[in-house]
Design a protein around this ligand. Structure first.
Ligand code: UDX
Length: 435
């Protein structure tokens, strides 16, 4: 099939490369010339494990093409995906649909023959209707259907998530469009991946409801972790104990410094806003949003307490800055609340992150960025693990203790056990586990 992917951001690029790998002919379009030039040179603008090889192989085979010019390819396409950004509109919490609307307007006059237009960007309920109206207005004779096909890709695991998804969601009232999309995803159905075909509005809501539910799970276990701290229980064992109940499930029950990233914070806000607009508030989600924001800030108090009540004139080594491992993404990362919070209280910050430091330099000032974990720890009073990168999971803890003046070691991701730390001389603090 001939596929056009409009928008070569995270979702567009990963999806485009994966569709090409399925054997489809994919053209990725972006209006950013510099980005397209770089992609044509084989440079990948984001950090995603495996994506460079996937792009190189499919571009080399002629199945994956990058261009700024939609004119010819849109007319020849069977399916056109809209995968442009939908940032949060300043001040309102609403998703900003300017780019989605602009693409709909631009592609309308280019359509030839029957085409399925698919929104892949996370868009509020009813956006498919708007896209349809815009295209209809600008190309009254065009033959097309608009469908919703939300993505569920985790950064750092996106290729696997695309190729081995738990389900594919397709939202359309048109049987013809559903058939086209079934054909597009056919390689997955050989592995019996469930396909959920729904109305367009339902599919749009499934995306928000999924992300909000996962955010609720994280928010829940984080509050349980705080309770564990108070009553002397172990949150990891609580998570295991409840997660084995299949109705609950064990995933997304890791307590930590709060969720970040480009999706959960934005999508929970957008859902909450839509729900209020329709007078059906999602108060549980509203509470989790507040709880998560509070949580990120409260990590500062936790670190201060671990340091004996003050971080004034202390040097804190921060390991991990990105919102999660295997990404260079700093968006809404807990580090953005923790580092300035500690600086405000008079701490000096040294930091190391395997992929996030370039971006971090623009966001976190007056930080000494280091070569590696041990360089970062060298001469600091205390250390804090904010992101659970693999390379922080097997540190030589005796060496760590030797490098830290006060030997305070705060593990906000619970990647070590008390037993592992015992005998190293470190004063170990984790989240929701008994001291
Ligand atoms: C998420 C969704 O998982 C994905 O399906 C969606 O389409 C995009 O948003 P992503 O933001 O890449 O993916 O990361 P994810 O792995 O879901 O983690 C989100 C945040 O939650 C991270 O900050 C992570 O550290 C945190 N988290 C996750 C926890 O604190 N505890 C957990 O148990 C799981």
């Amino acid at each position: 099939m001939r596929v056009v992917m409009i928008g070569t951001g995270y979702v567009g690029l990963v999806s485009g490369a994966c569709f090409a790998d399925f054997g489809h002919h994919v053209t990725c379009i972006d209006n950013n010339e510099d980005k397209i030039e770089r992609l044509n040179r084989g440079e990948i603008p984001i950090y995603e494990p495996g994506l460079d090889d996937l792009v190189a192989a499919n571009a080399g085979a002629g199945r994956l093409v990058f261009t700024t010019d939609p004119k010819k390819v849109v007319g020849e396409a069977d399916v056109v995906f809209i995968a442009v950004g939908t940032p949060t509109r300043r001040g309102s919490g609403h998703a900003d649909l300017r780019f989605v609307h602009a693409v709909a307007e631009e592609l309308a006059p280019l359509l030839k023959g029957y085409t399925v237009i698919v929104t892949k960007s996370t868009v509020p309920v009813g956006t498919g209707d708007e896209v349809e109206q815009i295209i209809r207005k600008h190309a009254p004779k065009a033959r097309f259907d608009v469908a919703s096909n939300p993505e569920f890709l985790r950064e750092g695991a996106a290729i696997n998530d695309f190729k081995r998804p738990d389900r594919v969601v397709v939202g359309t009232e048109s049987e013809k469009a559903a058939e086209q999309l079934r054909a597009l995803y056919r390689p997955l159905f050989l592995n019996e991946t469930p396909i959920v075909v729904t109305s367009r509005r339902t599919a749009e809501l499934i995306k928000y409801a999924s992300n909000a539910f996962l955010a609720v799970k994280i928010g829940f276990i984080n509050e349980i972790a705080d309770l564990c701290d108070k009553v002397g229980a172990d949150v990891q064992q609580v998570a295991r104990g409840i997660g084995l109940d299949k109705r609950i499930g064990g995933k997304f029950l890791h307590a930590g410094p709060g969720y970040g990233g480009s999706c959960f914070p934005k999508d929970t806000l957008a859902l909450s806003k839509t729900a209020r607009d329709y007078d059906a508030p999602v108060t549980i989600v509203d509470t989790v949003v507040r709880s998560n924001n509070r949580r990120k800030r409260s990590m500062v108090d936790r670190i201060v307490a671990a340091c004996g009540g003050s971080v004034k004139d202390k040097t804190i080594a921060v390991l991990g800055l990105t919102f999660k491992p295997n990404t260079d993404d700093m968006r809404e990362s807990p580090s953005l609340a923790i580092v300035p919070g500690l600086q405000k209280l008079g701490a000096t910050i040294r930091a190391y992150d395997p992929e996030g430091m370039e971006e971090a330099r623009t966001l976190l000032k007056k930080v000494a960025y280091c070569q590696d974990a041990y360089d970062c720890l060298d001469g600091a009073d205390a250390a804090v693990i904010i992101t659970e990168w693999d390379q922080f999971r097997a540190l030589d803890l005796k060496r760590v203790a030797g490098l830290l003046k006060d030997k305070v070691f705060v593990d906000l991701r619970n990647i070590y056990t008390r037993e592992e730390v015992q005998g190293t001389g470190l004063k170990y603090h984790s989240v929701g586990r008994p001291g």
